[in-house]
Design a protein. Structure first.
Length: 57
């Protein structure tokens, strides 16, 4: 599987230029953004798994 890691320079510089106090907020925001992307990418697989589990119980 090829890895296409998009380079977001705005995000990089925002994290570099933020204060230590705001760095945790930036990291949390980045995590939520990446997690949402994964959910969207694998939504059909997640849906199939949930249907399969609900049918078994």
């Amino acid at each position: 599987m090829k890895r296409n890691i998009p380079v977001d320079y705005n995000q990089h510089y925002r994290s570099v230029l933020t204060s230590e106090k705001d760095l945790e907020k930036v990291k949390a925001s980045d995590f939520l953004h990446n997690f949402a992307d994964l959910i969207i990418k694998y939504s059909s697989h997640i849906e199939k798994q949930l249907k399969k589990e609900s049918e078994e119980s």
